[in-house]
Design a protein around this ligand. Sequence first.
Ligand code: SF4
Length: 349
Amino acid sequence: MSGVLYVASLRAHFHTPKGVVHAIDGVSLDIAPGRALGLVGESGCGKSVFARTVMGLLPSYARILPGSELRFQGQDLLALPARQRRALCGPEMAMIFQDPMTSLNPVMRIGDQIMEGMRFHLGTPKSEARARALELLTEVGIPQAEQRLRQYPHQLSGGMRQRVAISIALACEPTLLIADEPTTALDVTVQAGILDLLQREQRARHMSLILITHDLGVVAGRCDEVAVMYAGNIVEHADTAALFARTRMPYTQALLDSIPKLEQPPHQRLNSIGGRPPQLINPPDGCRFAPRCQYADAQCREALPPFIKDIYAGDVYDGDVSGGDACGGQVHGYACWRPLNSAPASANS
Ligand code: SF4
């Protein structure tokens, strides 16, 4: 697959007074043009650090380890001078952060914030940028857009602020958009509207999208493929329909079991995953999920499972699984010694 974003064996470690945190520890991904990838996992598993690594927003105490590969449309991002790397942010790749109250500039008018990227990166004349900002605000569903252009972030509701943040991200027509838990800070009543808006814009613009969330329910029906992260690495990756139809990783299954079901009887305790994710300073040998996994055995505790890729004929799963390998099959990758659900064929990556 020729990707917009190609990531191989990416390692980002944080040097802290307490030791080296293995925040990203060997992530490999390939995101094709126009595809939406859901990046899912618990808090602290490395999703946001991965997004910041792609955007070049890591803190000064972070180190990318030799052997890591990070390419955007063929360009080696890790070899690009900082200035050229920054120039990609906006017109080529953009990010929407969790909390619009902290990502927007509180002392700058909404209109100026939307116009800024177009003026700076694309050299768009002011009148044209203003007209475009007006169009964008209308497109993302903000009423009285003309009046809103002159307002400040504190004059808008949380949902409106996130719509403004989406307008800013879309202003320069990026090829890749990363949305980092874009609805976490919002009221549940506006979450679905924001997610639907993102999906609509992604499809209309044929953008590649990485939607980061801790909720597998959010990616169902919105993303083409899903990568599940645990303790700094991808532990399962497949087309969305395939991942739901034939979950291989017990961790993914535990995330699925944590989603409340409509048919669940009232007053029944909700499922949760027992224990806590491991410390990423000197992470344990073996599978990092082993202390929390009901299927763990001696092999799981001693050796890190390799990332296996099962290849299926396209008709094995229901739903639209339009990705695939060079042979026309669907690839379902996972890192587990005791995978759930048997598979017809497999090949080591
Ligand atoms: S490798 Fe072992 S401990 Fe890890 S998820 Fe699979 S069964 Fe569980």
